[in-house]
Design a protein around this ligand. Sequence first.
Ligand code: SF4
Length: 236
Amino acid sequence: MGTPLETPEAQTEELIHRLHEKYPDTTISLTFSSRLELLIAVILSAQCTDERVNGTTAELFEKYDGAGAYAEVEQDELASDLDSITYFNNKAKYIRSACQDIIDHHDETVPDTMDELTDLAGVGRKTANVVLQHGHDIVEGIVVDTHVQRISRRLGVVDAERPEAIESELMEIVPEGEWQQFTHLLISHGRATCTAINPDCADCGLNELCPSSKLDSDIDLADGEEWWSLWESSYH
Ligand code: SF4
């Protein structure tokens, strides 16, 4: 297997350095022009691709202007506008409820604290972290999406399995100035090379540091299973 550096801190510092070289301009790929649009786009992006979300919000953001428009629209109409998005019925409910809360309790502005954001419907810590970072320039955590969850474990820098526990471990070892970019670096790597199924380890610039590298390891540390079981389950 690839050989990680001596400490998780050293391993993390080196992989951040290499990923910055590989993906120098990486940033959020959702399209938005206001904090409310950002909040809505991030709610829609749960278990859905950013590409699909951007395809839907291009028309959505033309049709609805401000929290009042979302709070007042009928559930069926908003759900229909979102029907290419996963879990569109639930997400329509979340958006209507969150916008009503923003009107009732936050002077029609998207709140700027973790507690207030996570009190909104459909907003967990991951969504709140994205809104704080990209809407308010407040970085108080690390966004742990499916790519960050998978690749952090593959690279042996965290042991935790749940996103919030992974975030806590990462905040101990990722330099604070890198908290925001760390997510984008891993998302870019997850899309380009370290995909969930069949990552391209031979072409990965981290392979000699990676204890999961398929070049010399049978085990994917993302889930502790053998690589072949992942491929089998994806084809049956
Ligand atoms: S692509 Fe392979 S070597 Fe690179 S980080 Fe992912 S599992 Fe490790």
